[in-house]
Design a binder for this molecule. Structure first.
Ligand code: THU
Length: 157
């Protein structure tokens, strides 16, 4: 294993751990499914988010969208390099459990694509589980091929 792949693995593990920590702050009393997301920025900074449900169910926000909106609000949308997501059914203490790998929903893929377009990077997406070592690596162009983006509006970035 070379130095670059060791660093990549460390960054992946750090990001998954941050997503797991964030998921503990999920506001998900309706689905009882906690999701956490962690966004890696080009300078090594990490921004996190958790799903944010609402009694008016359709208003609920996904963890990835919360994390990316937070990055955007900090002026860092162009700096997004990777996103990690984890999720699982909550136990009685509100902690997501389970070893099933979770991937971003369709809407979140589109939101990740916005960051990818603004930064000119094919953002890496790490899909992991609430517990265990399973993790899958994708890029946003793999998970959302032929995406609608700024170019479709005639806007160059
Ligand atoms: N959820 C996310 O936070 N991210 C996804 O990519 C998929 C779904 C949330 C929405 C809702 O609060 C709960 O998971 C169950 O759908």
């Amino acid at each position: 294993m070379n130095e670059t792949s060791v660093l990549d693995d460390m960054m992946r593990d750090r990001l998954v751990a941050a997503a797991r920590a964030a998921a503990r702050n999920a506001h998900a009393p309706y689905s009882r499914f906690g999701v956490g997301a962690a966004v890696l920025l080009a300078d090594g900074g990490v921004v996190t988010g958790a799903n944010f449900e609402n009694a008016s169910y359709g208003l609920s926000l996904c963890a990835e969208t919360v994390a990316l909106a937070t990055a955007s609000g900090a002026g860092r949308l162009r700096d997004v390099v990777a996103v990690a997501v984890i999720g699982g059914a909550m136990d009685a203490g509100g902690v997501p459990r389970g070893a099933a790998v979770v991937g971003p929903c369709g809407r979140c893929r589109q939101v990740i694509n916005e960051a990818a377009q603004m930064g000119g990077r094919d953002v890496t997406i790490w899909c992991a589980a609430a517990e265990g070592d399973a993790v899958e690596r994708y890029t946003v162009s793999e998970l959302l091929p032929h995406a609608f983006g700024p170019a479709d509006l005639g806007i160059g970035v």
